[in-house]
Design a protein. Sequence first.
Length: 66
Amino acid sequence: MPHNKRPFFTAVSLLSLNAVLCCSVGPVYDFICNLSYWEHRREQRRMERMKALSMRSVPSLQSSND
């Protein structure tokens, strides 16, 4: 077991691995958030919301005109 024979080396290696992972989270997050898939999905959901709102508002306009 490396942590029994070399506790300092294990601690340093775990801390350095943690530092590398923390530094790489930002670029990975930015890459995933800026994929065109999410832009397309966001636009599609916005269009669905607008369509649902317009479908809800149309009957209220028709009933007020009658």
